[in-house]
Ligand binder design. Sequence first.
Ligand code: FEO
Length: 393
Amino acid sequence: MIYTKKINSRVYLIRASEFNDLNFHGATIKTEMGSSYNSYLIIDEKITLVDTMDEPLAKEFITTLEKLLDGRTIDNIIINHVEPDHSGSYEEVLKLAPNAKTYCSAKAETAMKHLFFQEHEYEVVDHLSELDCGNYTLQFIHTPFIHWPDNMFTYLKEDKILFSNDGFGSLLSGTKIYDDQYSKFELEDAAKLYYANIVLPCSRYVKKKLAELDSLNLEFNLICPSHGIIYRSYISEIIDLYKQYCNHTIKPKKVVMIYESIWGSTDTCTRELASVLVEKDYDVQVFKASVHNPSLIMKELMDAEYLFIGSSNFNNTYPGPIADIIERIIALKPQNKKFLVYGSYGWAHVHLKKIEEQLSSLSYTEIEQPIYGQYRPDKARKEYIKSIVNNLE
Ligand code: FEO
């Protein structure tokens, strides 16, 4: 469903709220609240479109644009990011506005040519360069690796609006568009889910760019991402949250336990460990890898101090759901973790060594050698678990 909202005297939000789109950016991210895609149309003496939409949305997007344009045409198209959820309907937009000029970064120009195999003309814009649009000015702020090398923000100077594309995005499909229409908990949760699963591996670029934005002394009336919520009341709060996220700030004593158990022995170890941790006032979150949404697990892991992974043996390795979550951890790179590996086995326990090696590649600190034993945990293993937890601090 695509709808529009006028967000100031000349800027319109065009939003696709995809309630059933629970697989975001391909199937790499699992959402439970659907997804949304925002593009923006500035209607003044010159008309500028900031970002397009994914190709399957093109028909509805063009119909919506035609209604807003009411016989006028688009002068400028800004491609803040080439990923197809923002550029996929570019060629359809060009059919609607064949004389429009397209502005993008040099990396975006190369990528657009590879995506569309057409000799469209692109105006490559430098970092901090400006485009005079008559009654308003657009400034381009290159933001490489937030989220791909080509990304940039566009700043509407007179109205102090930052079109931030993937930056400051959130995973929600609802019809409430502004931050103050949500509780602070909902806002933080949506921003954190998004950051942990999309922006986290780019944190060093985020840190650098936030420092640069501070030094530029830009003021923002609105931050308008291409996914989810528009910020107008909690702008400093979302920037502060991003500062925490990109610095890999952890919550002391927060433990994320991820496990997979085939016949129940590793499940018993997990319950034993979790209950001892809770008794010691740790904040424990337990996830069974085959049951829980891996994107939610990544959200919780991002600010955890401890990561405990428990696994059964599966033919000298670990079961598929554990492989999936380990690959996500390696890809998304949450930092500053202390880890522990545990599990049961029937006749071989090399799987725990493999998990240990994978986590060590992330420069995590191992708090103890893997806890393992054959079949169900006996009294001695339970006592050992207790002693490890007692020695954590
Ligand atoms: Fe929403 Fe990097 O695209």
